[in-house]
Ligand binder design. Sequence first.
Ligand SMILES: *Cc1c(COP(=O)(O)O)cnc(C)c1O
Length: 368
Amino acid sequence: MIRFLDLKAVNQLHQAEIDAAVSRVVHSGWYLLGEENRQFEERYAQYVGTRHCIGVGNGLDALRLIIRGYKELGVFHDGDEVIVPANTYIATIIAITDNGLTPVLVEPTWENLELDISLVEQAITTRTKAVLTVHLYGRIAYTDVLGEICRRHKLKLIEDCAQSHGCRWKGKRTGSLGDAGAHSFYPGKNLGALGDAGCVTTNDTALASVVRALANYGSTEKYVFKYVGMNSRLSEIDAAVLSVKLKYLDADNAHRQELAAYYYAHIQNPNIQLPCRIPDENNVYHQFPVFSKRRDELQKFLHSLGIQTLIHYPIPPHKQECYSQWNHLSLPITEKIHREELSIPMNPCITQDEAKTIVDALNRFGVN
Ligand SMILES: *Cc1c(COP(=O)(O)O)cnc(C)c1O
């Protein structure tokens, strides 16, 4: 049986150091807003290449806090529009609607699976205040043209980096390309904690201060509340674990890139389409999506051979019950991705033998 993702195996790669980090925090007697947070924030800011990093409770909160932060700063207002790719994970959309703003769903390209930048300008209205780009599957969803459009129209560029830890554009990491980046350290991400965790990265000092306050009840000093905030903090244990795992992130991503190179070289089946290959610098392969008109059949076939797969994601946000106001929208490329996508095992624990088994199985699908 080849599991899609064995988190126990992922963390066992660095078991001794993780155990030592957890034990250090347990014995310190200090569990929130302490030295471990301070150190991890400093290390991750340096890694990403931003002036600020603020540890928060999870990736959804990181997104929410950025948008809320811009509201508190008077940049965003209720009813403002945010351009966002239609084929994202629901959290990206929830962060916008939760703050009383309106997501404007824009199609991705079939080739790149990311926001179709040629459609961004025509989606801009007088109410548009931001573009929220999503580096889905670990693929870069930024180009210089997107940056230029945002500057010309005075839009904030927010990055959803939940799937792109370490991914780069011209040497700069995701999370440093726009005005603010939201990162998730959900256990299954490329950089994963032992529970929910996340952070915000930014060079905007005013935004950083508001986000830090909002994440701690809106407090700027103890028992003084400037905002009606929330409680969204990164635990000291997770900060300590993340400091350990951050050291190995680039090596883990390199393993993913080697596995991807093997998949690209060896998967050959007319019933299966691979996503267009982009340079390794621009892809940290959080997922390796393949596409098939017979996706459900392919998934069953692989499961019958002991290979676990997942669909990212079976139902697009605009077809969800919670967003019934958009159920009528027709977004053909988004819908095609959701109909045909299948993620095959992709993580630092997949061995060469397992990779060969996966490729052989894919190549046998539908072939007599
Ligand atoms: C995981 C994920 C999130 C949310 O992160 P959580 O830590 O689970 O809240 C947001 N956006 C994308 C694209 C994700 O994959």
